[in-house]
Design a protein around this ligand. Sequence first.
Ligand code: 26A
Length: 359
Amino acid sequence: MAAQKNFRLLCLENPLLDIIADGDQATLDTYKIKANDAILAEPQHLGIYDDFLNNRNAVLSAGGAAQNTARGAQYILPADSVVYLGGVGKDKYGEILGETAAKAGLRVEYRVDEKVPTGRCAVVVTPGNRSMITDLGAANHYDLEHLKSPAIWPLVEAAEAYYIGGYHLTVCPPAIMTLAKEAAANNKTFVLSISAPFIPLAFKDALDATLPYLDYVVGNEGEAAAFGNVHGISNIDLADVDGTATTEDLKKIAQYMADLPKENTQRKRVAIVTHGSQPTLVAIQGETEVKEYPVHAIAKESIVDTLGAGDAFAAGLVAGIIEGKSLDTSIDQGQWLASLSLTQLGASYPFPKQTFTPS
Ligand code: 26A
């Protein structure tokens, strides 16, 4: 039997330790946050971490959106398939992240900062929603030097696909663009998750620079709406996306993303918009019909929290791409892994391992 190539998928983003607690409207009001959002911490938010740890029985759990995706893809793929890059500190939280990755069989190559602590993300869980406040810490110090170092660059060259968490656009666009160009020049697969509405809203130029390189772009309804609005093709109330964005709006945005100019013309771009428990929308460059894929329904009582469901979807999808599965099956596998992640506390996957069978 031919030897299987190792570390075919390389992921990059911000490793964070999640500090998760149940909250209510009062919690959201105290910190002036929306029920379903992701933001960077400002000075007035910084008390939340100790508040959660000291007063709220908070649970610590490995996070960082693309690190969750990397663990999820490794959950599906053969041993030694996925490597993940990002910045951590030299501390207890960094150790927890390393141990969780090791247990999941994920290879991590962290840039370890001697001075800055590991990043943390406070997660306020309310029924059906989660709100995240991130203090990036050492994750904010990831740099091109690490990516291009003799220990790391061979991994970049050997991988067949790159997965970028869009949150990294706030950290190191040069590293993202280096991977984007490497992918296009060598006909490798380049996948980006938009990650949060604030990415298209506040980091539009950095995101737009990646667009010609994207083979797959993934976002949820809020991220798609923000993208559509800043690109002038929609006018959705971002404070009430669920109440105002129609399926037709989201399909239009998906098709627009798919049809943007593309650097590597050997692959058609695929744009995927997830929409909670409503069907996932998939647009392919140059095609006129945006397809709908119903999600894998699970009972409301089985949902522990929605944290990491989008990351799990991306994991199942990207694992399917690596395995050479069809787009339909890869989407199906993403929806399957997302439904499993909903039944777990934090951004994690059930053990003993379950295996996917196409629906
Ligand atoms: C730069 N920001 C805001 C972030 C994040 C983030 N991961 C990277 N960068 N804000 C939240 N997350 C992660 O999202 C996961 C759920 O999708 C959280 O750590 C959480 O595990």
